[in-house]
Design a protein around this ligand. Structure first.
Ligand code: COA
Length: 416
C-alpha cells in the first residue's frame, strides 16, 4: 500500500524522546527515516533502563520503529562528507541536540540551506531562540516546570507536580511533526525549504493554555469557581493547583469505587455536566435532587460539590469501576474507569484498533508499543521493529554511491 509520505527522505539526527517521537510518526506515514547515530554507542536510550542484557531498551524500541539506522561520526571529515551527500538528497533534517551542537559540527542553518535549499531543517530545543534561557539543555520534567504544567498540577497543599504524560518530550515532537508537514506543503508552493523550530517550553505552555485563561479570570474576578478552593478557601494572585477538578466548566472528580481500600486504581472520573444533571440524579437514585434549589444549578451545587461527590461515592461503594461506568454510560454521563497500564496493555479494543501493538524484534522477541493514535480511512500505519545500531549503514551508503571498498575505508577510520 502506498503511504502519503512515501518518497520523503528524512535525516533523523534525533535522540532521547522529543525528536524520535516526531520522526517515528513520520515514518509510520511512509517517510524514509534514516537515523544517524554515533558509531559504537548510538542513541543513549538504547542502553537506558535495559530489561534484557545486550538488547536495545524498550525506551529506544518504542520511539524508533519503522526507521533505518546509519552509524556515522559526523565530527570526522569522512563522516561529514557522507552527511553532506545525504543532505543533498534529503527533504528534511530533524535534530534535537543541545543548543549550538549542530553549528559546532559545521552544519549551521546557513550551511544546510546552501547544501540543499529545498531541505526543511527542523529542531527541538528546550527554549525558543532568543529566549533568556536559550542556552539551557532541557529534559521532560524541566520543560514541564518551565511551561506552566508543574505549577498547576497536583494538590493545593502539595508541591508543584510533574505529569506522567510526556508533555515536554513527545508533545513537542508532535508539534514539530505538524511544523514539518506544514513546511513540506509550503515547499510545494515556493520550492524552498525553511527552518522549523519548536521549543519544549512553548509546547507545554500550548497545552496549558486553559491555565493562562484562568490566570486572567483570576486577575479580573479574584476567584475561580470550578476550583476546589472555591468558595471556602483563599485565592492568591496566581492560578492554584486544582487537584482533580475538571478544567472546563464541568465540575468533576476522581471517585472511589468498590475495592479502593486495596486497589489503588479502583476509581472512576465522574463529570457533572450541567445539562446532564437530571440523568445524573436518575442514575444515582436521587430524583429529589432534580428540582431542589440547593442542587438544581451549577452555582447552587458548587458550595457543596464535595458533599455531592461523597454521596456519589456512597452509590459507587458496591460497584467496581467497570460496573459503575456500564451503568452511567446508559445515562449519557461523561465518565471513565481509571485504567492502569496493565489494563491498557491488555485492552482488546486498543489491540483491535492498532493503538496497542505487538512488534516482533530480532533481539528482544516481541515487545508492546503504542501504534499510531491517528487513524485514516485509506491507510493503516504498520509498526515495524526499531533498527539495530548501524543495521542499515551499508544499505544507505550504497544508495549514496559508496562502493564496498569505500565502505571498508570508512570503517577503517571509524567514521561509520
Ligand atoms: N557523531 C559525532 N558526534 C555526535 C553525533 C554523531 N553521530 N551525534 C551527536 N554528536 C555530538 C554532538 O555534536 C554534540 O557534541 P558537542 O556538544 O561537542 O558539540 C554531542 O554529541 C551531543 O550533545 P547534546 O545533544 O548536547 O547531548 P547531551 O547528552 O549533553 O544533552 C539533551 C542531551 C537532551 C539534554 C540535549 O540534547 C538537549 O537539550 N536537547 C534539546 C532539547 C531536547 O530535545 N531535550 C530532550 C527531550 S527528550
Amino acid at each position: 500500500m502506498t503511504k502519503p509520505l512515501d518518497g520523503i527522505k528524512i535525516i533523523d539526527f534525533t535522540h532521547v524522546q522529543a525528536g524520535p517521537a516526531c520522526t517515528q510518526l513520520l515514518a509510520w506515514f511512509g517517510a524514509d527515516v534514516i537515523k544517524v547515530e554515533r558509531p559504537g554507542s548510538g542513541d543513549v536510550t538504547r542502553n537506558q533502563l535495559r530489561d534484557i542484557p545486550d538488547a536495545d531498551a524498550l525506551y529506544f524500541t518504542m520511539l524508533n520503529s519503522n526507521k533505518k539506522s546509519l552509524t556515522l561520526d559526523t565530527k570526522k571529515p569522512e563522516g561529514k562528507e557522507v552527511l553532506e551527500k545525504l543532505i543533498r538528497e534529503s527533504d528534511v533534517l530533524v535534530e534535537n541536540f543541545g543548543p549550538g551542537a549542530l553549528d559546532r559540527m559545521g552544519f549551521s542553518w546557513e550551511r544546510l540551506n546552501e547544501l540543499n535549499p529545498k531541505m526543511i531543517v527542523a529542531s527541538v530545543k528546550g527554549f525558543s531562540d532568543g529566549h533568556h534561557y536559550d542556552d539551557l539543555k532541557v529534559y521532560e520534567n524541566v520543560a514541564q516546570c518551565a511551561g506552566g504544567a508543574a505549577s498547576t498540577t497536583g494538590f493545593w497543599d502539595g508541591p508543584p507536580t510533574i505529569s506522567a504524560a510526556a508533555l515536554g518530550d513527545s508533545n513537542t515532537g508532535m508539534h514539530l511533526a505538524i511544523g514539518i508537514l506544514t513546511a513540506l506543503l509550503g515547499r510545494e508552493k515556493t520550492g524552498k525549504g525553511q527552518k522549523v523550530a519548536v521549543s519544549m517550553q512553548d509546547s507545554v505552555l500550548n497545552l496549558c493554555r486553559v491555565k493562562l485563561r484562568d490566570q486572567q479570570r483570576l486577575e479580573r474576578v479574584g476567584y475561580l469557581e470550578e476550583y476546589p478552593q472555591y468558595p471556602h478557601g483563599e485565592f492568591g494572585d496566581v492560578v492554584p493547583r486544582g487537584g482533580n477538578a475538571g478544567g472546563g466548566g464541568q465540575p468533576g472528580w476522581v471517585l472511589k469505587c468498590k475495592g479502593w481500600e486495596t486497589d489503588s486504581n479502583a476509581y472512576i472520573y465522574f463529570t457533572i455536566q450541567g445539562h446532564a444533571w437530571e440523568p445524573i440524579c436518575k442514575a444515582l437514585g436521587k430524583p429529589e435532587w432534580i428540582d431542589d434549589p440547593a442542587y438544581k444549578t451549577a452555582e447552587a451545587r458548587q458550595p457543596h460539590i464535595f458533599e455531592i461527590f461523597k454521596t456519589i461515592e456512597g452509590w459507587l461503594a458496591d460497584k467496581t469501576k467497570f460496573e459503575a461506568v456500564d451503568i452511567l454510560r446508559k445515562f449519557d454521563i461523561p465518565c471513565a474507569p481509571v485504567l492502569t497500564m496493565k489494563e491498557l496493555a491488555n485492552d482488546p479494543s486498543l489491540r483491535a484498533s492498532g493503538t496497542i501493538v505487538e512488534v516482533p524484534h530480532s533481539k528482544r522477541g516481541s515487545y508492546l508499543t503504542v501504534g499510531s493514535p491517528i487513524k485514516f480511512s485509506d491507510m493503516k500505519p504498520e509498526v515495524t521493529a526499531s533498527p539495530l545500531l548501524g543495521e542499515h549503514t551499508d544499505e544507505v551508503l550504497a544508495s549514496l554511491g559508496y562502493s564496498k571498498q569505500d565502505i571498508f575505508n570508512l570503517r577503517e577510520v571509524k567514521a561509520v
